[in-house]
Write a protein that binds this ligand. Structure first.
Ligand code: ZN
Length: 290
């Protein structure tokens, strides 16, 4: 099943046709994509009953984040090689505020340094696989994790590194920071999600997806999610041992090591294209905040 947010209304997508979720369910499903995530089993049943040829054509310009208001966004640090997880396998986890969410074709607004407390900015991209929670729960066993997930979408975990590392960070790239990480991760528009939410049964292997990020047409990140040090099931289990995962919560699974070793700094006019095979491509242009 493929779920879209078309100008605020949940819609199922079959090839290039769309079906309004509320209409297709005779009013049993909410028009709100967050409401559909609360009724994931019903949504799947309705989606299975759709007939090709009776939908509307897909208007890409109407696509918004398929998860517009997640209750929580969890992020993971250093979850691809050459990083090595400690024992026990607990990567560093951070929170990203849901106000950062934006759509798959919306601009990324780069902050003006003079408006930030440290009077500087250094914003980088981070292409990531995003896990969207379905049924969720607490203390989820690893072997049940996929049954608690609604599906996947593509994410950018855009990050302003000066404030991520904070006034005690000696330079970009150090981990010696004051606790501004959540804010450096959470400027408005710093979490593009989309273009669609894809359920796991649509994917040949949900543990092995090709992730590619292009900056102005040049490949800057390329990896398989099979390389994740702590994979999706492990992350769901680990996070749920602390927090109840709720429908629509998002886990950003971590960003692969960039092609040239450095996450590229973003500038106004840059175009970021983020693709996961089987899910789709987001295209976000960088603009200076006005
Ligand atoms: Zn990240």
């Amino acid at each position: 099943m493929r779920l879209a947010n078309l100008d605020g209304r949940a819609a199922f997508v079959l090839d290039d046709e769309t079906f309004d979720a509320e209409e297709a369910s005779d009013g049993r499903l909410s028009p709100d994509p967050m409401g559909v995530l609360q009724e994931w089993d019903l949504a799947r049943a309705v989606a299975a009953s759709l007939k090709r040829g009776s939908g509307r054509s897909l208007d890409l310009s109407a696509l918004r984040s398929p998860v517009p208001r997640p209750g929580a966004i969890y992020g993971v640090v250093a979850n691809y090689p050459p990083a090595v997880l400690p024992e026990p396998a607990l990567p560093m986890i951070f929170g990203k505020f849901p106000t950062a969410v934006t759509g798959p074709y919306d601009p990324i607004c780069l902050p003006r340094p003079e408006r930030l407390p440290m009077k500087a900015e250094w914003t980088v991209l981070e292409a990531e696989l995003a896990v969207v929670i379905g049924r969720g729960g607490r203390h989820i066993p690893v072997d049940e994790a996929f049954s608690r997930v609604a599906g996947y979408t593509v994410a950018q975990d855009v990050t302003e590194r000066i404030h991520e590392f904070g006034p005690r960070g000696s330079s970009v790239g150090t981990m010696d920071y004051a606790s501004l990480k959540a804010l450096g991760k959470s400027l408005d528009t710093f979490c593009p999600l989309g273009p669609l939410l894809v359920s796991l049964d649509e994917l040949a292997d949900p543990d092995s997806l090709e992730l590619v990020c292009r900056l102005n047409g040049t490949v800057v990140q390329q990896a398989s999610t099979a390389e994740l040090l702590l994979g999706v099931s492990g992350l769901v289990a680990m996070l749920s041992s602390f927090c109840t995962l709720r429908p629509g919560d998002v886990i950003l699974t971590g960003t692969p090591t960039p092609v040239d070793g450095q996450l590229p700094r973003l500038a106004a006019g840059d175009v970021v294209e983020t693709t996961i095979t089987g899910i789709g491509t987001m295209r976000n242009e960088c603009l200076a905040e006005d």
